[in-house]
Design a protein around this ligand. Structure first.
Ligand SMILES: O=C(O)CCC(=O)C(=O)O
Length: 259
């Protein structure tokens, strides 16, 4: 996996080519510690108070999730949604040239941030976290095209041990037939054609301040957190101005920010 220690506000040509081919690219040490510290502070504050719009592990019912909110571990938080409503630090971060200029390289000059998707801090707890199957984020989103880019900011170390993302290189450009997906549009691991593709999976190993840029069509998955520390990551999605959400869809339910 291409990982680049970064000292400019733009992707190098080689990194852009990597993104276009594989559907993702990692930039190491992109976000300064002041941002990471502030986001962690907000996250711990809102986690402790169960404040705001929260997704619980019990809500998703993935393998490993508690069965209900009243079961043991039922109130384990999976993510703090609506990050932008929690603190101005998130708006400052996505407007930083080291993020925004890169998004412009991927999406064009006018970048828009939908608040309806991602816009969250993922909180993967050691106990009661869950396995997320192989999926494309675009599966339940509705935009004129599926050309959206996600920004995943590691707020601590991420590896296979604590449930970091795994990605299928090139899957953003892969033709996928219905039989390859289950009823919830997860990529099936019991289909022989899929097994060869799953063999190409790569793990995004990240440290605090590293950023994974990945295409919304890129298949990814993650296991539960097998370590003894919570894993935190801030995640946002972006589109080009000329790729609006479809009227009446969930993607158009919340405002968006023109960056
Ligand atoms: O960290 C995880 O478990 C996966 C999260 C994810 O892929 C998503 O929310 O789309």
């Amino acid at each position: 996996m291409l990982k680049q220690e970064v000292c400019t506000d733009r992707f190098a040509e080689e990194e852009l080519s990597f993104f276009r081919r594989d559907g993702f690219v990692i930039q190491q040490n992109l976000v300064p510690p002041e941002y990471v510290d502030r986001i962690l502070q907000i996250t711990r504050r809102d986690e402790a108070a169960h404040f705001g719009d929260i997704e619980y592990e019990a809500d998703v019912q993935y393998p490993g999730s508690p069965q209900s909110l009243t079961d043991e571990g039922g109130c384990t938080i999976r993510r703090l949604r609506q990050a932008f409503s929690r603190d101005p630090v998130f708006a400052r971060l996505v407007k930083e040239p080291f993020i925004l200029n890169r998004l412009r390289q991927l999406l064009g000059d006018q970048v828009v941030m939908p608040l309806a998707h991602h816009n969250c801090v993922m909180t993967k707890h050691p106990r009661y976290s869950s396995d997320t199957g192989w999926h494309q984020d675009i599966r339940y989103w509705s935009f004129a095209t599926s050309e959206l880019v996600n920004v995943w900011v590691a707020l601590g170390s991420e590896s296979a041990a604590n449930g970091s993302l795994r990605l299928l290189p090139g899957s953003h450009d892969m033709a996928v037939e219905d039989y390859q997906l289950d009823g919830e549009q997860f990529f099936r691991d019991d289909v022989s054609e899929n097994q060869a593709i799953l063999g190409t999976a790569t793990t995004a190993e990240l440290n605090a301040g590293d950023v994974l840029f990945f295409h919304a069509r890129c298949f990814h998955s993650a296991t539960r957190n097998y370590s003894d520390q919570t894993k935190y990551s801030a995640v946002f999605t972006f589109r080009a101005l000329e790729n609006p959400p479809l009227a009446g869809s969930r993607s158009s339910e919340l405002p968006e920010l023109l960056l």
